[in-house]
Design a protein around this ligand. Structure first.
Ligand SMILES: *Cc1c(COP(=O)(O)O)cnc(C)c1O
Length: 494
């Protein structure tokens, strides 16, 4: 199967090239020529790894199946994932099931994709006879950077450099990055906010002088961000697997429709659920949950996408996004796969900051999806109320999803069995979770909070977050935006 660009159907490539390149050269996103169908019945008794290989093999047809099986085995091993089920599903109450995607090495859902992407990338490089070593450059607002570092550490043929905003990440997130081990990793703080780091990285990708040095040294840049198809396809697998687990546990019957609620930022996670539905997974509604940066829930309600608005810093920082890159792939499907239409919407977004969809595309969006949001206060209430009623502790991102699920039930009366996607361990955000549970801000030093949350919630601190404060600090570099290039040069000559 081949892939083509959402902005120009004639630009086509096989999946190995798609994964190596990340973005199509004219700025569009790669999508598969068609969506393969899945035989759910055959996979009810399969384990997570077998289900993942099945899904990957359907989309990545130019990879030999044994190579995919090898990638899956390395990515989701018991050394890396604390739960034997990889992505366990927990029933919270009648009709509501939480899919926990945070049992990987960095305790956020990005591990599900970033543990396997490096293996898919290096397999593609080997198979296409490309002998260049790759350098991954990433700017992070918190979770992606750490997950990418863990995914690429010590993977032969790769080096990785992560830039994080000096003032823009939580203490836990910062500690996770500055302690990073591995022979091929580098981390630097950038003086400025996430946007500075992000635009800085984009300039590095386009820098002529760097390109020449890289070429001489047999190196090439690549990107691990969530528009890479190699991150999306492993995410489709966990939706299929969660559904099959519910069948196996007799919570639903095979063929019964479910709703799926996803706390959403860049629109990657929920888009994977959309593709799972396209493969034949019985899904009724996809429920898109936003925080105060509710550009997506407004879009679903009105058809108007408008990023010209105030940006809020919330307690669910991984959803603080006003331009959701992966939405372009949904627009492509909604438009009836019309590349010219997508190009025009995206040009309008870049030039004027907004666009509007109408007619059939809007009807389809509103019949397939439902959008809602939770304010910071509602997110804290959601954590507290859920803990009181069920004893279950949620992180702030998951809590946004739970609040929106409750609003959906109230507004529509729909009782369909529902999967709520849990995207991070509560121990990644112990300060805000404790604030909700104790109804006041904890007074202790921030580094003590995981242990206090363990006492209050009755849960153990996850191993990867244990003793972070006592680990050796390995990365102390701080640079201005203009000095980011020096960091890359250092990595090249390392
Ligand atoms: C990245 C992230 C999200 C948002 O996911 P998208 O795929 O960008 O929509 C939600 N929650 C957490 C904890 C994340 O790290």
């Amino acid at each position: 199967m081949k892939y083509h660009s959402t902005r120009n159907k004639t630009l086509r490539a096989y999946s190995m090239d798609v994964i190596k390149q990340g973005l199509s050269p004219e700025g569009g996103l790669f999508v598969p020529d068609n969506i393969p169908q899945i035989e759910l019945g055959e996979l009810v008794n399969a384990d997570y790894g077998q289900r993942a290989v099945n899904v990957l093999a359907k989309f990545l047809t130019d990879y030999p199946e044994e190579v995919l099986a090898g990638c899956v085995k390395q990515a989701y091993s018991s050394e890396k994932f604390a739960s034997p089920e990889t992505a366990p599903i927990v029933t919270l109450k009648d009709g509501l099931h939480v899919l926990e995607l945070w049992h990987g090495p960095t305790c956020a859902f990005k591990d599900m994709a970033l543990q396997i992407l490096p293996h898919l990338m290096t397999a593609a490089i080997r198979a296409t006879g490309d002998d260049k070593e790759i350098i991954i450059l990433t700017a992070t607002s918190g979770d992606t950077g750490k997950a990418a570092l863990e995914g690429f550490r010590d993977v032969p043929g790769t080096r990785i450099l992560v830039f994080y905003p000096q003032q823009g990440v939580s203490l836990m997130q910062k500690l996770q990055m500055v302690n990073q081990e591995g022979s091929n990793v580098m981390v630097a703080a950038v003086e400025g906010n996430f946007d500075d780091a992000q635009t800085g990285v984009k300039q590095l990708f386009r820098d002529r002088e760097l390109a020449e040095i890289m070429d001489r040294k047999g190196l090439r840049f690549s990107s691990a961000n969530s528009i890479n198809w190699g991150r999306l396809v492993p995410q489709i697998a966990y939706y299929i697997s969660a559904y099959l687990d519910l069948v196996k546990k007799n919570k639903i019957s095979l063929g019964e429709k479910v709703n799926i609620v996803v706390p959403t930022g860049n629109f990657g996670n929920i888009l994977a659920a959309w593709y799972a539905k396209g493969m034949g997974l019985p899904v009724n509604r996809l429920i898109c949950a936003s925080n105060d940066n509710k550009v997506l829930s407004d879009f679903i309600r009105t058809g108007i996408y408008d990023r010209r608005r105030e940006f809020y810093k919330t307690i669910s920082p991984s959803m603080d996004i006003l331009v959701s890159s992966n939405l372009e792939r949904l627009l492509y499907d909604l438009s009836g796969r019309d590349d010219a239409q997508v190009r025009s919407w995206m040009e309008q977004l870049a030039e004027e900051g907004h666009y509007r969809i109408e007619g059939k595309a809007l009807d389809k969006l509103q019949s397939e999806m439902w959008g809602g949001y939770a304010s910071v206060g509602e997110t804290l209430d959601s954590i507290r109320e859920t803990f009181k009623k069920t004893g279950y502790t949620m992180d702030p991102h998951t809590a946004v999803g739970k609040w929106v699920y409750d609003s959906y039930r109230k507004e529509t009366g729909d009782n369909t069995q529902t999967i709520l996607v849990s995207t991070a361990s509560p121990f990644k955000f112990p300060g805000d979770v404790l604030k909700a549970l104790l109804e006041k801000s904890p007074s202790e030093d921030e580094v003590q909070l995981p242990e206090i949350l363990a006492e209050v919630s009755g849960l153990p601190v996850p191993k990867p977050l244990k003793g972070l404060k006592d680990k050796k600090i390995r990365h102390t570099a701080v640079c201005s935006k203009a000095q980011m290039k020096d960091q890359v040069v250092k990595l090249i000559y390392q």
